[in-house]
Design a protein around this ligand. Sequence first.
Ligand code: SAH
Length: 213
Amino acid sequence: MNFDEQRMLMVTRQIQARGVHDRRVLDTMARIPRHLFVSESRLSSAYGDFPLPIGEGQTISQPYMVATMTESLGLSGNERVLEIGTGSGYQAAVLSELAQEVITIERVESLGNAARKRLAELGYGNVEVIVGDGTLGWPDGAPYQGVMVTAGAPSAPTPLLQQLDVGGRLVVPVGERHTQILEIHTRQEKDKYKVHRETACRFVNLIGKHGWS
Ligand code: SAH
């Protein structure tokens, strides 16, 4: 099977079949060449139903996880979105096609630099990659209509909640070091947040001032 066929099956069997229905998310993931975000030795597994190592002990998330987290932000195309945990840059590429502008922060410099280069080469002009501690957020770009954390946190980092626009959503895996629950925080009013807890999940640790030590 070629990559296009594998990608179509990924969308129908792994993502749609599990209940992700947002057409824009499905179409975007059917288009983005995920195999260009994994190392050459992993090419044949690029569309598998699991996370994959991307070096430095980190992973690119399972396709279904990318889809359901993206869907939960409810993007319509005009948003400025902040992602914490750039990793390979794949999730940032998905967000960049669904929002106006994406700022993504990576703690590991080598991963951040590689993702910046990859995203530029693939023509994702509306993504800015920053190397640093994403648990602090990025006040210069605030407020954000969507914030996504792609690493597991002990709790939703306060700066990220503060940098959320009214009406905006923060999706973050929260729990223990080895297992988390996906939380979706909505800023309903300036001082009023609502939280929904969804699927159990397993992410690498969010390390930083408002994460794990
Ligand atoms: N979204 C990525 C996968 C992320 S894996 C993708 O699509 O490929 C989680 C990433 O979060 C790792 O690269 C890890 O280095 C990074 N990370 C962990 N703590 C962080 C922090 N405080 N700030 C920014 N990035 C962090």
